[in-house]
Write a protein that binds this ligand. Structure first.
Ligand code: GNR
Ligand code: NI
Length: 174
């Protein structure tokens, strides 16, 4: 396993649509292992392959808390088959938009068809934070970021803050 670098906005790759996986082979499993290691190290509760620069429709999620047994969820080629009319608001963050958080309203539950780590067809019925996280990650696969769900004012402010932060980091390194 290897920890990979996470792309930060405004990296243009983050705006591309990812391609479906044709077969969950060893190469894909190695990629999923790298994604999980990268997500745990960040740390984050979810990661899409595009965030490490790979345009494939793959997501890893782990909502287990510190000290609890790890509970990784590998999701390949997700298809959201149902979204509730009821919405729920969570304060979202994104590893590709470091240190910026905002409340986002999304359907409070959803149903998802996908392939698991072994390429087996699975279905889950998600609610609460899992439903939010799955939708946040599936958005990544379509080049969508949580800031796209905010007002232009909030979105532009977060983009500005992220650019300023990056400049400060670059100044320290150079
Ligand atoms: O670590 C993450 N936390 C989070 C919190 C609320 C809603 C979504 C997320 S996903 C995010 C990691 C990430 O950027 N995944 O793409
Ligand atoms: Ni994200």
């Amino acid at each position: 396993m290897a920890k990979k670098q996470i792309l930060i906005i405004p990296d243009p790759l983050l705006r591309k649509v990812s391609e479906p996986v044709s077969s969950v082979n060893t190469e894909i499993k190695n990629l999923m292992d790298d994604m999980l290691e990268t997500m745990y190290a960040a740390p984050g509760i979810g990661l899409a392959a595009v965030q490490i620069g790979v345009l494939k429709r793959i997501i890893v999620i782990d909502l287990s808390k510190d000290g609890e047994k790890k509970n990784p969820l590998f999701i390949v080629n997700p298809e959201i088959t149902f979204k509730s009319n009821e919405l729920i608001s969570y304060e979202e963050g994104c590893l590709s938009i470091p240190n910026q958080f905002a409340e986002v309203k999304r359907p409070s539950s959803c149903k998802v068809n996908f392939l698991d780590y072994n390429g087996k067809k699975k279905k889950i019925n998600a609610n609460g934070l899992l439903a939010t996280c799955i939708q946040h990650e599936v958005d990544h696969l379509d080049g969508i970021l949580f800031i796209d769900h905010l007002s232009k004012l909030k979105k532009d402010l977060i983009i500005k803050k992220t650019k300023k932060q990056k400049k400060e980091i670059d100044r320290v390194i150079v």
